[in-house]
Design a protein around this ligand. Structure first.
Ligand code: ARG
Length: 465
């Protein structure tokens, strides 16, 4: 970062140079340089369109395209000198272009403003980011489906209020995560549709007097259409808010899964073993193996929620059209992209590598009267109204609590003192295997339903392969 003299791009009407602090305060180049590729692609498409409509000569166009490509090389090799005096990525690149190719560089900005330029760049940037995030979500979904297939028969306690409720299969639990994450995928696909509309041609706010072929530029840049209203085109940041909202929901989902991983990997649960490469030790307690990766993911939802509020607040009450406030959209957006990408990568690597401790899960399911509902349903099948059955089972559970035994561990005679309807076929429903197998309804936890759902999950993923 270098000089802070009068900005050559707009210095014409100014009589004194920008205050050095103000130049640094208003500059965005430190963070918006991350969009250099999109800025260059947008400029190349704009130049090609200007040439097609006869506003720019072929010679100028060739010089511009070659110049911009050379600048891309300079940036990628770390040779480009970014200047705060030139404010942002757009003016830095344009100034360097003019330095390299002379007057042709000064013609590039014909029929364009930084207002439609930046709005286009962010959309292009976010479109690329969403595509990368979607691919990473699918990698995570693939890992979940694979593990769910392996654990379709693994019995664990299902919880409500974090108290043992009914037995479920671990595969079923993993497929619940799959559904949550698949909705995140859908939300981002949907966000990408509304985002993929092109602001270029709106110019500063009102459109431009040049006969731009906006359809052509849109086509060159892979946009579905040009934005329909120039005022909206330069001031709309809904897509950024929408993306961040979808990201916040996704992060909320990851935090819920992370919380379960933290609980499950504790000695008290012991349901899973996290491979060492996802954990760290303690500098003072030699016995510790801490689930840092899930904990950090759980914590990172905070910053994404913060970014969502930042963007909503940034946009609130802004009058049309472009306002400098909008420069503040980038840092929250970029950090959201980085955070989501990092967390997804960690999860996609970690989930298929989890080592389920099946015996511990089974033992834990046995300890919580998880088949009490099955006993009630059994009594209902024998003709007892459900409320009465509930009462009978409640008494049997109380005996279990007092004597430290599960229902399946009681003698038939003991159970019969609570209801004469109980016969020796009761033990088939009191086993955990019988209980999960009985949930043989669409969307239920029965192992055959889980296997069926894994098949559907894999078929859904296969359409992207
Ligand atoms: N750096 C600016 C931004 O991020 C680019 C647009 C500036 N436009 C303007 N008229 N000052 O929004």
């Amino acid at each position: 970062m270098s000089n802070t003299q009068t900005n050559q791009s707009w210095g014409g009407r100014f009589t004194e140079s920008t205050d050095a602090f103000v130049a640094a305060f208003t500059a965005s180049v430190n963070f918006d340089q991350r969009m250099y590729r999109q800025d260059i692609n947008g400029s190349i498409a704009h130049a090609q369109m200007l040439t097609r409509i006869g506003v720019l000569s072929e010679t100028d166009c060739t010089a511009i395209v070659e110049g911009l490509e050379a600048i891309r090389g300079e940036i990628e090799r770390g040779e480009f000198v970014w200047s705060i005096a030139l404010e942002d990525v757009h003016m830095n690149i344009e100034a360097r272009l003019t330095e390299r190719i002379g007057d042709a560089g000064k013609r590039l900005h014909t029929g364009r403003s930084r207002n439609d330029q930046v709005a286009t760049d962010i959309r292009l940037y976010l479109r690329d980011a969403i595509d990368a995030i979607l691919a990473e979500i699918r990698r995570l979904l693939g890992g979940m489906a694979e593990l769910a297939g392996r654990e379709a028969d693994t019995i664990m306690p299902g919880f409500t209020h974090l108290q043992v409720a009914q037995p479920v299969t671990f595969g079923h639990h993993l497929l619940a995560w799959f559904e949550m994450t698949k909705r995140d995928h859908e939300r981002l696909v949907d966000c990408r549709k509304r985002l993929n509309i092109m602001p270029l041609g709106a110019a500063a706010l009102a459109g431009t007097s040049y006969p731009l072929d906006r359809q052509y530029t849109a086509q060159l840049l892979g946009f579905d259409a040009p934005c329909a209203n120039s005022l909206d085109a330069v001031s709309d940041r809904d897509f950024a808010i929408e993306f961040t909202a979808a990201a916040a929901i996704l992060m909320t989902h990851l935090s819920r899964m992370a919380e379960e991983l933290v609980l499950w990997s504790s000695a008290q649960f012991g349901f899973i073993d996290l491979p060492d490469r996802f954990c760290t030790g303690s500098s003072i307690m030699p016995q510790k193996k801490n689930p840092d990766v899930p904990e950090l993911v759980r914590g990172k939802v905070g910053r994404v929620n913060g970014h969502l509020i930042a963007l909503l607040t940034l946009m609130k009450s802004q009058p049309l059209a472009y306002n400098k406030d909008n420069q503040e959209d980038k840092e929250p957006l970029f950090d959201t992209v980085d955070t989501v990408q990092g967390c997804l990568r960690a999860f996609a690597d970690m989930i298929p590598a989890l080592r389920p401790q099946r015996d511990r899960m089974l033992e834990s399911a046995r300890r919580g009267f998880a088949t009490a509902t099955d006993l009630a349903d059994y009594l209902v099948r024998k003709g007892l109204p459900f409320r009465d059955a509930h009462e009978v089972v409640g008494k049997a559970v109380r005996l279990g609590v007092e004597t430290g035994r599960d229902l399946a561990e009681m003698a038939l005679a003991e159970l019969q003192q609570f209801s004469p309807l109980i016969a020796d076929d009761v033990f088939a429903v009191l086993t955990l295997e019988g209980s999960v197998a009985a949930r043989d309804v669409l969307g239920g936890t029965a192992p055959n339903r889980v296997r069926e759902a894994v098949g559907a999950a894999q078929a859904w993923l296969a359409q992207y392969a």
